[in-house]
Design a protein around this ligand. Structure first.
Ligand SMILES: NC(=O)c1ccc[n+]([C@@H]2O[C@H](COP(=O)([O-])OP(=O)(O)OC[C@H]3O[C@@H](n4cnc5c(N)ncnc54)[C@H](O)[C@@H]3O)[C@@H](O)[C@H]2O)c1
Length: 421
C-alpha cells in the first residue's frame, strides 16, 4: 500500500474510532504501510489527520490517524495489531491490571508480549518493561513501579498482570535508525547464493565489538559442529573470549566428549572419516563414564577431559545450559531434563546478551530465539534454509540467516577473528 494514498472517508456505520500516532523511521522501515495495511485488512478504515515526513535520511517522520471500525471488538483487534508496529492511541490511558488468581495461569485477556521493547503506563507515566521476551505477560509491581515479562509457568498468585492493550506501547526495532545501521546486513533475506565471506566478515566484526565492549556473546550449537570436525574451531572461539554463554543439548556435549575419549563422533573417526569398530557405542560409553563421575566438571577436575568444547567452557568459566530433549541417550548428568527449569536457567543467562550465534540446531535455535529480545543481533547458520526461515517465522525476525555447512563457516569466522587460518 502506498503511504501517500488518499484514504477513503469512513463509510456510514463505521462509527467507533480512536486516534493513533506513529513516529520515528516509519517510512523507510515500511512501518507506516504495514499499519495502513493492517487497518484495512482487519475491516477498519483510516483517515490521516497529520503527516510530517522527515526531510533527510535520519529525520524522524510523524503520522496521526483516525482509525474507524464497525464494532468495538474489531477496533480492539486493529489497535492490538497496529500496536505491534508502534502505533499508539493519542489519548493515553493507564494500563489495566488484574491480579493472578491461579498459580501458573494468567487472567483472561492478558496482554501477550512481543520481543520488542515495550513500555506500560502507570499513574500517567510510561515505565519500561524489563526482561523483554515474546509470548509472556507483563507483571507490574505497583509499589516499586517496575514492570517485567513473566512466563506463564512462572507467574505467582497475587501478581498484577496487564490485561488488554490500553496503556501499552511497543518500539519496533525498525524505528531505531542507529540500530539498523549498526547491523548493515540485518535485512538480508535467507539465501544460499550470497557471498559468504562478506557476511562472515560482518559477523566477525559484530563479535569483536561485543567481545571488546560490554555485551555478551551467546552461542547456541548442535552436534553437527562436532560431526563435521569443527569442534576445534568452536573451542578456539571459547578459549579466545568470543563465547560468553553456551546453550546446547545432550548431543553436542556427548559427541564432543566422545571425540576426546575415543577420537570419534557418533562412531565416525575424526582422523580418517570412516566408521570404527563398535564406534556406535562410543557416545553411550562416553555418557556412561561421565554419569559414573557425576558431572563433566569432575572429568575436567580429574584430568580425564583435557580438550574440546565442554572442557574449554569449564576451564574458561563460560556458563552453559544443556537442555534435555526426548531424543537424549543417558543423558549426561549436566543435562537439565525438566524443560521449564532449563528455560529458567537460560533466562537467567540471557540479560546482557547483545549478540547470538545459532549454529546447526533447529530445536535449540527456535527455543532460544523465543527467549531473546528483538534488540539482540542474531545470526542463524544452518545447511537447511527451512531452519533459518522457521526462526524468523516464529517471531525472531531480527535474525540473519546464513545457509551453509557449519565447518567452512566456522573456519572463515575463526580466521576473520585472528585464529588459525
Ligand atoms: N544421542 C543423543 O542423545 C542425541 C542425538 C541427537 C540429538 N539429540 C538431542 O536432540 C535434540 C535435537 O537435536 P539437534 O539440535 O541436533 O537436531 P535438530 O534437528 O533440531 O537440528 C539439527 C540441525 O543441524 C543442521 N545441520 C546438519 N548438518 C549440518 C551442517 N553440516 N552444517 C550446518 N547445519 C547442519 C540441520 O539442517 C538441522 O537444522 C537436541 O537436544 C540434541 O541434544 C540427542
Amino acid at each position: 500500500m502506498n503511504a501517500n494514498a488518499q484514504p477513503t472517508p469512513p463509510k456510514s456505520g463505521h462509527s467507533i474510532c480512536e486516534d493513533v500516532e506513529l513516529s520515528g523511521h516509519i517510512i523507510d522501515s515500511l512501518l507506516l504501510p504495514k499499519v495502513l495495511d493492517e487497518i484495512t485488512s482487519l475491516g477498519g478504515e483510516y483517515q490521516s489527520q497529520e503527516i510530517r515526513i522527515g526531510h533527510n535520511r535520519n529525520d524522524p517522520s510523524y503520522v496521526r490517524l483516525t482509525v474507524t471500525a464497525p464494532t468495538l471488538p474489531c477496533l480492539e483487534t486493529i489497535l492490538t495489531a497496529i500496536g505491534q508496529h508502534g502505533a499508539v492511541p493519542v489519548q493515553h490511558h493507564d494500563c489495566r491490571l488484574e491480579v493472578v488468581d491461579i498459580e501458573g495461569a494468567f487472567p483472561e485477556g492478558f496482554y501477550a508480549t512481543t520481543n520488542e521493547r515495550t513500555e506500560v503506563r502507570l499513574n500517567n507515566a510510561w515505565i519500561p518493561v524489563e526482561l523483554q521476551e515474546m509470548d509472556c505477560a507483563i507483571s507490574v509491581d505497583r509499589v516499586t513501579r517496575k514492570a517485567r515479562c513473566v512466563a506463564m509457568a512462572d507467574v505467582k498468585q497475587g501478581e498484577f498482570i496487564v490485561v488488554g492493550r490500553l496503556g501499552t506501547r511497543v518500539f519496533p526495532v525498525g524505528r531505531d535508525v542507529d540500530q539498523r545501521h549498526s547491523f548493515g546486513f540485518m535485512n538480508s533475506t535467507v539465501s544460499s547464493e550470497k557471498p559468504k565471506n562478506v557476511t562472515v566478515r560482518e559477523i566477525a566484526e559484530q563479535m569483536r565489538r561485543a567481545a571488546h565492549g560490554t555485551g555478551k556473546i551467546l552461542v547456541v550449537a548442535g552436534p553437527a559442529v562436532v560431526h563435521t570436525g569443527s569442534r576445534e574451531l568452536l573451542s578456539w572461539l571459547i578459549r579466545d573470549g568470543f563465547v560468553n554463554v553456551l546453550f546446547a543439548g545432550n548431543a553436542l556435549a556427548a559427541h564432543d566428549i566422545e571425540q576426546s575419549f575415543f577420537g570419534t563422533s557418533l562412531g565416525i573417526s575424526m582422523e580418517h572419516g570412516g566408521s570404527t569398530e563398535e564406534g556406535h557405542e562410543h557416545h553411550l560409553r562416553t555418557i556412561n563414564r561421565i554419569r559414573r563421575l557425576g558431572s563433566i566438571r569432575k572429568a575436567v577436575d580429574d584430568g580425564l577431559l583435557t580438550q574440546g568444547i565442554m572442557y574449554e567452557c569449564i576451564h574458561n568459566n563460560v556458563p552453559y545450559v544443556l537442555a534435555g530433549s526426548i531424543r537424549d541417550d543417558g543423558p549426561l548428568p549436566d543435562v537439565i531434563t525438566d524443560t521449564l527449569v532449563a528455560q529458567t536457567k537460560m533466562r537467567e543467562l540471557v540479560p546482557g546478551v547483545t549478540f547470538c550465534l545459532m549454529i546447526a540446531t533447529t530445536l535449540h535455535s527456535i527455543a532460544v530465539g523465543n527467549l531473546l529480545p528483538a534488540t539482540v543481533k542474531t545470526v542463524c547458520v544452518d545447511i537447511n534454509p527451512a531452519t533459518v526461515t522457521k526462526l524468523a517465522d516464529r517471531g525472531t525476525f531480527q535474525s540473519v540467516g546464513l545457509v551453509t555447512d557449519v565447518e567452512p563457516f566456522l573456519r572463515v569466522l575463526v580466521r576473520e577473528l585472528g585464529g588459525p587460518a
